[in-house]
Design a protein. Sequence first.
Length: 582
Amino acid sequence: MNQRMQLGDILVASAVITTEQRDKAASMAAMSKCPLGEAVVKLGFANEDSIAVALSKQLGIPYASRENKILKVERSQGLDKTVSETFAREHLVLPLFQDENVLAVAMAQPEDILLQDNLRVMARCEIQPFVATKSQLLRAIDEFYQGGGSSLIEKTVGANAAQDAEAEVAEIDTSDARLDLDQVVAGAKDSQVVALVNAILKQAIQERCSDIHLESYDERVSLRFRIDGVLYERMAPPKAAFLSVVSRLKILSKLDIAERRLPQDGTFSIKVQNRPIDLRVSICPTVYGEKVVMRILDKGAVELNIDKIGFEPRQKEDFLASAKSPHGLIFLTGPTGSGKTTTLYSVLNAIKTPEMNFMTIEDPVEIKMEGLNQVQVKSSIGLTFASALRSFLRQDPDVILVGEVRDQETAQTCLRAALTGHLVLSTLHTNDAMGTVVRLIDLGIEPFLLSSSLLCAAAQRLVRLLCPHCKKPYKPTGPELDMCLREAELDNPPDPASVIFYQPRGCDKCARTGYAGRRAIYEIYRINPEMREVIYKYGGDVTRLKEIARKSGMWSLRASGWRKVLAGQTTAEEVVTITSVE
């Protein structure tokens, strides 16, 4: 590969992105004054690894990663004293090893000559740069400068214990007696409490946690992290420090620290390793004190790439065909936390063009995207889904995203928008995709209007992905294989003798869980003329609608899940647990 080629040309030549995607990323990079590779990742056209490999080819320098064993923590040479932790975090560099007068350094921006000169002066030797991804560098820096071993929480609690933390942190009475607010504030601002809260948040983010649960019982405190949809116990703060920790979180969230009888909701933002992260805080009073649940919204961890969210090819084709219609209704259903917002934003990212006006109303706005006019619900001042929608119709929109349809007024306003030439995407809480029809009719939408405006009804769930480093193959049992082949609804079923399933085993890379990440499974029902006639004549006759969908080649959530099992991405147990038999 010619080293003088531009990064964009290398990506196109390697079939990582298309020419059109390269040009779109170049425009974004010019406007936002960021590197082309960063723009490609932000737009969801490629991942960090692909950019790093291309950058390695362009600059003619080696690529360092955990997979090729080059990006690994090496402490025996004392390189943490050569390059300080502050410098490493600020400039995203990591010293790898030193060989005589040459220091090998992994860098996120190896083309930065000035940074290399600074490292040369600091280390007093020549620099051999290696290119590495930002996410892997940040994780390696954490391990290198913190020494691995115990978790951040354990280290912080241990350090506090060594200083007799329970004596230092004033124990505050958790009964219903009036609190001494000065004492509460003093406890919340104690350096040990601040360090403990920081450690909990940082460890949760490092472990890809989506929710933090902190709760108090009679004799103990419980701390749990939800990782890939499952709650795992972690070392909890001391009982004596619990109220101070809760007060600290209330102060950060701008909540009333004196109110302990009523639920409260708040938000705050932090920066971890130069990544902006939002936290939604919910506090609920219980008999043993307040329970805190924090939802972590890590914007840097969300990849809005429609090719990587879990669509099967036919499903992607049907959803995009509906999303490219000039007007109509598209509904995506599923429980809270099933990834509906990520799916809708991935679709918007795929159809977004400067020639169209996109507007969204959400509660709250979880993902901020350039090119969209995003509005957050504020019910306290009268800014609701329905009122915002009415305002949107005077803003000349082409595409409208409504975070959720909760009531009759919002449903009817969505319908009016669809009937007057707008494309409307929204979510509902129903058990399956066809439940959308029943739910909307229950909300007062006339069947004859719904039949003419509904374009697509979809549902999704998240299944855990097997860790690619340790998943273990096995031959499925007869009943298990029969269930899979019967319910997968395949046009060309494989030879049963050749089918291999996988099961979790657990390794260091997946924290011994056997799973690493989650992916969506879908049922996508694109409304065709036969289905419109059924909706018009029979209203919510779900059975007839599903029969027509099956004949048209569409399939259910369970079938989508089995296809992921056959592809070796997840387990049979996961699919059976997450989905239901019709």
